[in-house]
Design a protein around this ligand. Structure first.
Ligand code: ADP
Ligand code: MG
Length: 221
């Protein structure tokens, strides 16, 4: 496995973050960080707590603005695009589903934002439920789901609008060991089967090795 900020081979980068710098007050958190991710590639961003992994993801999604540097998607700067127009999916560690909605209503959230017609949404929801191994779960209440099921539904919700790239911020951290190991295998399979381009943030090197094509290390400061 390569350990580099640049993809091996010659596949063009979908995502390209260049020279990212950010400081919070006197504290420099990211100092000239660059990251390229090629089409279909799964990159793990591995680093200790506080090394700036979440900060980098927030900059890529537009939730936070870098002091310097630029983010390109498919060769175009997205620095001035708001988060919801970047076509980037994001899954947080403590991803919350909408508690008063069904599984189907949760998954179709992004599709409604895209104003996709109902028949289209229904088909896509069924497709995603099959992908995450929970076919027929449309009408379940999310409050009745197990922890593992809720993780799968959160992932389905992020994948439903077919984002260009998916960023996963420690999605498996904090789970008990058995569920963690099971979901690690499933996530690796699922991302590959759906040809999803992804950045997985983790501090767990075994998880990184199991899921990613390439590991990029962030240094602690
Ligand atoms: P990681 O995800 O690698 O654990 P973070 O990106 O969350 O690290 O944070 C990196 C550092 O930046 C931490 O020291 C954190 O306290 C600091 N930090 C992050 N966001 C802010 C903020 N909005 N204001 C001040 N400090 C912040
Ligand atoms: Mg973090």
């Amino acid at each position: 496995m390569a350990d580099s900020a640049v993809p091996s081979g010659h596949a063009p980068a979908i995502l390209s973050a260049r020279g990212i710098c950010i400081a919070f007050g006197p504290r420099t958190v990211l100092d000239d960080v660059s990251l390229d991710v090629a089409e279909g590639e799964i990159v793990a961003l591995l680093g200790p707590s506080g090394s700036g992994k979440s900060t980098l993801l927030r900059i890529i999604t537009g939730l936070l603005r870098a002091d310097r540097g630029t983010v390109e998607l498919d060769g175009r700067s997205i620095d001035d695009l708001p988060t919801h127009r970047r076509n980037i999916g994001l899954v947080f560690q403590d991803e919350q589903l909408f508690p008063h909605r069904t599984v189907a209503q949760n998954i179709e959230f992004g599709l409604r934002m895209q104003r996709r017609p109902r028949t289209d949404r229904t088909r896509r929801v069924a497709e995603l439920l099959a992908v995450v191994g929970l076919p027929g779960f449309e009408d379940r209440r999310v409050t009745d789901l197990s922890g593992g099921e809720a993780k799968r539904i959160a992932l389905a919700r992020t994948l439903a609008p077919a984002p260009r790239i998916v960023l996963l911020d420690e999605p498996l951290t904090g789970l008990d060991r058995e569920l963690h190991d099971q979901l690690t295998v499933e996530l690796a399979r699922l991302l590959r089967e759906t040809h999803t381009t992804a950045v997985l943030v983790t501090h767990d090197r075994d998880e990184a090795a199991a899921i990613a094509d390439r590991v990029v290390r962030m240094e602690g400061r």
